[in-house]
Write a protein that binds this ligand. Structure first.
Ligand SMILES: [Zn+2]
Length: 190
């Protein structure tokens, strides 16, 4: 017997910082439409306009994480939330470890959010600290074997570290200022 649903993928519709996953969802939908499966009427607006949510085609709830499914009997595609996926037993979904798929999606979202926050706070610090701003450009200024390359690499590494954690420490800032001054970067900022 044919499974009633087959699985296209899981998607995070709720992220403003990583629009790539929404785009993948749109491509997944386009693929299904091209295969002759239109959007199911129960999920008329599966990706709700103006919100970072989707609508579950089974329970109708507004949800952030969805599985995109092809409904063979429905001859349509729909987004389905995690709890509803577990109720679709006549389904190829049983072959997929959906718990893991959804867990990885949430883990990725949390990591991206953390990265985004760190970058935003680093950029804010750059606005107040010209030496740090220069340090963030240092890797672009490195000419192979140039006189200041070693210093620029140190600056780039300070900026890289600060960007990952969200801010440079006071001693990193003092060091970056001294290095920038030593190679003549700092005066040009004033
Ligand atoms: Zn649901």
């Amino acid at each position: 017997m044919r499974a009633s649903y087959s699985y296209q993928g899981v998607y995070d519709l709720g992220t403003a910082t990583d629009p790539g996953t929404r785009l993948e969802h749109t491509w997944g939908e386009a693929e299904l439409v091209a295969a002759g499966y239109p959007r199911h009427p129960s999920a008329r607006q599966s990706q709700q306009e103006g919100t970072q949510r989707g609508r579950c085609g089974v329970c109708g709830h507004s949800v952030r994480y969805v599985a995109l499914l092809r409904g063979h009997d429905l001859r349509a595609f729909l987004d389905v939330c995690e709890p509803c996926c577990a109720t679709l037993t006549e389904s190829e979904l049983l072959l997929v470890d959906l718990t893991r798929e959804f867990r990885e999606l949430r883990y990725h979202a949390a990591r991206e959010h953390g990265r985004w926050r760190a970058r935003a706070s680093f950029e804010q610090q750059c606005e107040q600290e010209p030496a740090l701003l220069w340090a963030s450009y240092a890797c672009n200024l490195i000419a192979t074997g140039g006189r200041h390359d070693r210093t620029l690499r140190t600056l780039a590494s300070i900026a890289g570290q600060a960007e990952r954690v969200g801010a440079a420490t006071q001693s990193q800032l003092a060091y970056a200022r001294a290095l920038a001054e030593r190679i003549g970067l700092e005066p040009s900022l004033r």
